[in-house]
Design a binder for this molecule. Sequence first.
Ligand code: F1X
Ligand code: MN
Length: 439
Amino acid sequence: MEAPPEPLSASRVGSFAYLTVKDRLPKILTQIIDRLHRSRAKFHEEHGEEGSEADKKIISLLSKLRNELLTDKPITPLTDGRPDVGEWNAYLEAQRCLTAMPSWFTSAWLYVECYMYRRVQEAMALCPPLNDHDVFSELKQKSFFDSQKAIISLCDHLGEVLNKISGLNKDEVKKEFQQLLQVCLWGNKCDLSISAGKDNPQKASPLTGLNDLKAKILIDDTEAVWATLEDKLKKNPSSTQCFRLDIVLDNAGFELFTDLVLAEFLLASKLVDQIHFHGKCMPWFISDVTKEDVNFTVHLLMASNHRWSSKLGATWRSHLQDGSWVYHDHMFWTFPHEYCSMEAIAPDLYAELKRSNLILFKGDLNYRKLTGDRQWDHTTAFETALQGFHPSALCSLRALKADLQVGLQPGMAEILTAADPDWMVSGEYAVIQFSDAKQ
Ligand SMILES: O=P(O)(O)OC[C@@]1(O)O[C@H](CO)[C@@H](O)[C@@H]1O
Ligand SMILES: [Mn+2]
């Protein structure tokens, strides 16, 4: 097997990775520092002098991090006591074998971007009593509140479907599935990392305009996903075979809500029997989901005075309590590794995913890790780019926000570039890209 292409890196001046490391990541650090400054009085109220002193210390650690990044200093080992430190520092040692002095503008983009967010958590971990403060929670919660109109309209739609679901024939179930899969796909546009923290809520109703967006779906493997689910329907409904769906989550706020709506539909239609969600064990890439974000979303829905919102909130809390919905947050999801390393680095997680019948990977960062964030030709087969990562049938639901995309027909990338040079990084295009476990 020939060696895979090089990883994307900021060493390529003018590349999206270069612009991200040079401009966007420093801007994100500056915004975190500004928010911490503005929260000093609150920290003092909550924790007294200790709180404001910790705030000052975090700000100085993050200012130092920002300076290291801007001046391309060497990547340094982590020093906090979190359980993942050993793996992170082993990864740095391995990078030192590849490039003498791993640094921000010479190492792989995937590594340095993940490392930056992990260093933010190191700064928090080193400064009690603020060590459990989520520096992104304000932005994630605002994204949820700002998407209320879209959330209410999606709640009403799901409510109507749930009311009639037992009477739907298979074609009607399939049509609803296709619609909610696309709503879930486009929910990925609402990510605060690509927008460098700028508001990015879902304003309009997520159901109107799906047809116009169809042309923006560059790869649409919905039929293959449906065939995987339909297997379950074909077998007699009383079969004991339990169909397990796993959803590797991405962003909190509106996107998480669309994930939970799709999950509810798949469970209520009996297309699946159990759903496992995978979130992050620490605040990550600004808007990525943590357990606290799931609890916040479910509790806000329950407290809503909108009938279907409160009903769904209560239903979803009971799913999480009765085991039909299971939430995991393995530390591997906040490592810098490409997913083809998972079986070696986190065999327990790989074994867990092998128990799934279908895994949905949400978003751009997951896509980058599925394909190793490497400079593949656009016509490279998805299976090739997965480099042996195959715990189960899997499907990426991704709005394109980084300059890599595989599995395109010959000539398609050239046509897209001519029409819109930013087609890979604008978030305006998306893929529903499937790979079957039967390799
Ligand atoms: O995984 P998401 O939330 O869809 O997107 C996150 C992300 O697009 O933010 C950065 C934008 O450059 C990328 O590094 C990363 O892929
Ligand atoms: Mn994200």
